[in-house]
Design a protein around this ligand. Structure first.
Ligand code: GLY
Length: 382
């Protein structure tokens, strides 16, 4: 969501073989078909997850945090095709998200607005869209709690989520774009609080941290979507790995790069090039579902970009190879929904195992980051 507006110079470009690029083209083809069908069969609907491969309409969603991913994918398809039809569709679906930039009840402004309005500005130069994105960055930064030096999650003031790290790029971007030093201070402070309390020494990440909001004392780590409080939720680690990489790409602080590398070390040692897609939680014994693909694609995209920023050539090569191996695996028919009756693009994702929401299904952020990673693999600006 922020790779294009990165300010830290990249150290290298790395080769992308034709097999991987062909896989990226195939993902775009499938995405176009599925998105067109979504717009035809479920007009103006912004889905979050499927049930048996069909977009769910009337089930509990826990929080409304996924609406930007549909217009976001449409902008990515427009970027590839330059077709006026996709521009019109993406603009229309972006308008459906308008208003969320002012939503003070969520911590997901990046997922909602960087995907939709920020991309609209990047691809069309629309100034109004840019202002909406800046407003969203200010709204998220405005949630900052001085006593705890963090931005609370939607749950309560005393809670923050690792997920915020994949949204906070919008706060960095808005602060840097407008020269707002206090906003930048908040973004850095939240990231450092997360690094201190939610990222562990072995590079794994907790999901939720809880504080005493009066004294600012950190109390404990907990989880909603992982196996248990002290375990290692795959997607939480992916949000941290890619999030700290993006914050480094935007703001160039060395401790952000160090945190991303620590996360990457955990990811790399708990997956392999032959088996790159982990289950929902790395520590769950005998996981019921073999895979959680949305975290895998988000982490792989993070590794792909991190490879451009680390000093060590061998480390960079290992990240790059793992990122490409993961993408190719996810583009195999076991994961890529070539069959027309499955409405999503990427199978075997899970939203919330404990609540039994979207488990072993297509999930809208998995779709978005799959298509965004395909864009990165084909882009000439990278
Ligand atoms: N932000 C919630 C999730 O990753 O499922």
């Amino acid at each position: 969501m922020y790779w294009k507006t990165a300010r830290t110079p990249q150290l290298r470009t790395l080769p992308i073989d034709e097999t991987t690029r062909d896989a990226a083209r195939l993902v775009f083809d499938v995405a176009q078909t599925k998105l067109r069908n979504l717009a035809t069969n479920h007009p103006d609907y912004l889905p979050i997850f499927t049930d048996g491969g069909h977009w769910v309409h009337d089930k509990e969603k826990w929080t409304n945090w996924g609406e930007g991913f549909t217009p976001g994918q449409m902008w990515l398809v427009y970027e590839q095709t330059k077709s006026p039809e996709w521009k019109e569709l993406a603009s229309h679906y972006t308008e459906l998200v308008r208003g969320r930039e002012l939503d003070v009840e969520t911590h997901d402004h990046g997922f909602l607005i960087a995907t939709s309005f920020k991309q609209q500005w990047e691809l069309t130069g629309d100034e109004d869209a840019k202002q909406v994105a800046i407003t969203a960055g200010r709204t998220l930064g405005g949630r900052f709690l001085e006593s705890c030096q963090m931005i609370p999650s939607f749950i309560a003031p005393e809670s923050t989520f690792i997920d915020v790290m994949r949204n906070i790029g919008l706060v960095f971007w808005a602060a840097l774009e407008t020269g707002d030093e206090d906003l930048l201070r908040r973004a850095r402070a939240h990231s450092r609080t997360t690094r201190r309390h939610l990222v562990r020494g072995d590079g794994s990440a907790g999901h939720e941290g809880q504080w005493n909001v009066e004294t600012g004392e950190f109390l404990r780590m907990t989880t909603h979507q992982g196996w248990r409080e002290d375990s290692s939720w795959n997607r939480g680690l992916a949000w941290s790995l890619a999030g700290f990489t993006e914050c480094y790409a935007l703001d160039g602080q060395p401790d952000f790069l160090a945190t991303a590398r620590l996360n990457a070390e955990y990811w790399m040692t708990h997956t392999s090039n032959d088996d790159p897609v982990p289950p929902n939680d790395f520590l769950e014994p005998d996981p019921v579902r073999r895979w959680e693909s949305s975290g895998a694609v988000a982490a792989a995209q993070g590794l792909f970009h991190l490879a451009r920023y680390v000093d060590d050539q061998d480390e960079a090569k290992a990240y790059h190879e793992r990122a490409l191996a993961t993408f190719r695996r996810l583009a195999e028919p076991e994961f890529l929904a070539l069959e027309p009756e499955w409405e999503g693009i990427l199978k075997h994702g899970s939203y919330h195992e404990r609540k039994n929401l979207g488990v072993d299904e297509s999930v809208e952020w998995g779709e978005y980051f799959f298509v965004e990673f395909a864009r990165d693999l084909l882009a000439d600006w990278r």
